[in-house]
Design a protein around this ligand. Structure first.
Ligand SMILES: Cc1cc2nc3c(=O)[nH]c(=O)nc-3n(C[C@H](O)[C@H](O)[C@H](O)COP(=O)(O)OP(=O)(O)OC[C@H]3O[C@@H](n4cnc5c(N)ncnc54)[C@H](O)[C@@H]3O)c2cc1C
Length: 379
């Protein structure tokens, strides 16, 4: 068995209490919960490091804008993120989120949302207060809301740091170990045969490759997102994560407000191009000052491999308006993919008494993984 940069390597596969397939945030969250209970944990990851959705995202622990189970998972995982950042030594900001309203109907959504949630979760801001928190701002801004509980991490740093810390805590990692078959506690992989009392398959959007019946159960599709990293000509600190009116159509806590209907209708009339791309205009700042901006959403089981430059240009144009500046230089572009289902936000299903498939099918795995993992390991 090969050694690797995080774990010690093992001459034989051995038996674990829990074996996890996939070292994205969902797999790692299960490893944290299981290791904490004193279980012997093994993680098998096909790549040499995690390069999936878990490092391609905004790093936004966007819990307040969720509702129902997602909100519960987000709230349950919040303190976990803060504790792990301290233990594993990764960058985390208790920065909150500002939702920017640039039309009266958008502010009406925020008023309704604040009324529903109360001041611990949502505080309304007037235009000057938004400007006080966001140095780069569309002059058309009418107000906003402050969601103090939300957090921000740099996923490119947090995910490998978490894996390294888990390895130091005794979790066995096998990188470059592609799992081919799982049944009844036996796992066949390119790194050999493993056995475990229990197996969690946490392979993100690739559930259909390893567990096609589980994917079929929820008609799993891949959601494809185009993302960019930009640098303002005059770099300024923007501490909170920033959401916009389009986010009010996406995150259920906001979208469920009665007032959101008018916002959708206005976009339908004035900017159907943005709705066609299911755009969620938002941004977060990375530790180096660059801004991660996005994003578009396209749904299919299989996507064509071509990224549309028109989509990227539209994201940049809308980001320029939201930031109130034309002076942005694009530093990086990438595509992200996550699992999606119209039937459920979270896939938790058993293939046999020892094998459970867990996937976030709603694009909020950074927000929900820790709450979800605690649930999936106990139920
Ligand atoms: C562009 C983008 C922006 C997003 N922004 C946010 C955000 O700001 N906040 C938020 O909460 N969520 C966000 N999300 C969603 C979030 O990133 C995902 O929900 C989450 O990362 C999914 O984690 P995962 O571990 O299930 O999947 P992944 O990170 O994709 O990890 C799955 C792992 O399984 C491995 N694997 C697959 N098959 C096998 C196999 N056969 N054998 C071994 N290993 C295998 C893969 O290599 C991969 O490393 C965003 C997603 C994207 C794409």
């Amino acid at each position: 068995m090969e050694s690797n940069e995080y774990g010690s390597g093992h001459s034989e596969s051995g038996h674990s209490d829990l074996l996890i397939v996939g070292a994205g945030i969902v797999g790692l969250a299960h490893a944290v919960a299981a290791a904490e209970r004193g279980l012997r944990v093994t993680v098998l990851e096909r790549d040499e490091r995690a390069v999936g959705a878990s490092i391609r995202n905004f790093g936004h622990i966007c819990l307040t804008a969720q509702s129902g189970r997602a909100l519960d998972y987000g709230l349950a995982g919040r303190q976990r993120w803060i504790d792990l950042a301290a233990k594993a030594g990764f960058w985390l900001r208790e920065c909150g989120t500002v939702v920017v309203a640039r039309a009266a109907d958008e502010f009406a959504v925020l008023e309704e949302f604040a009324e529903r949630r109360g001041g611990d979760q949502v505080r309304l801001l007037d235009r000057a207060e938004v400007a006080g928190r966001l140095p780069l701002l569309d002059p058309a801004t009418v107000g906003g809301a402050w969601l103090p509980l939300d957090l921000r991490v740099d996923p490119r740093q947090a995910v490998p740091a978490l894996a390294a810390w888990l390895a130091a805590e005794g979790v066995r990692f096998h990188w470059g170990a592609q799992v081919q078959q799982v049944a009844d506690g036996e796992v066949i992989s390119t790194a050999g045969r493993f056995t475990a009392d229990r197996v969690i398959i946490a392979v993100g959007h690739d559930v259909d490759r390893l567990a096609p019946s589980a994917a079929a159960e929820v008609e799993l599709r891949r959601c494809l997102l185009q993302m960019l990293e930009v640098c303002p000509d005059t770099p300024v600190p923007v501490d909170p994560a920033v959401l916009s009116g389009l986010s009010m159509l996406r995150y259920s806590g906001l979208a469920d407000c009665t007032a959101a209907t008018a916002v959708r209708q206005r976009f339908q009339e004035q900017r159907p191009d943005l709705l066609d791309l299911a755009m969620n205009l938002m941004y977060t700042q990375r530790p180096d000052g660059n801004l991660v901006i996005g994003d578009s959403h396209a749904y299919a089981r299989t996507h064509l491999p071509f990224d549309e430059e028109g989509t990227a240009e539209l994201i940049i144009a809308e980001a320029r308006r939201l930031l109130g500046t034309d002076r942005l230089t694009v530093r990086r572009r990438w595509r992200g993919v996550y699992a999606s289902s119209d039937h459920t936000d979270f896939l938790i299903t058993d293939l046999d008494p020892a094998t459970r498939v867990v996937s976030v099918t709603s694009g909020i795995g950074m927000t929900t993984a820790f709450g979800l993992a605690a649930d999936a390991l106990t139920t």
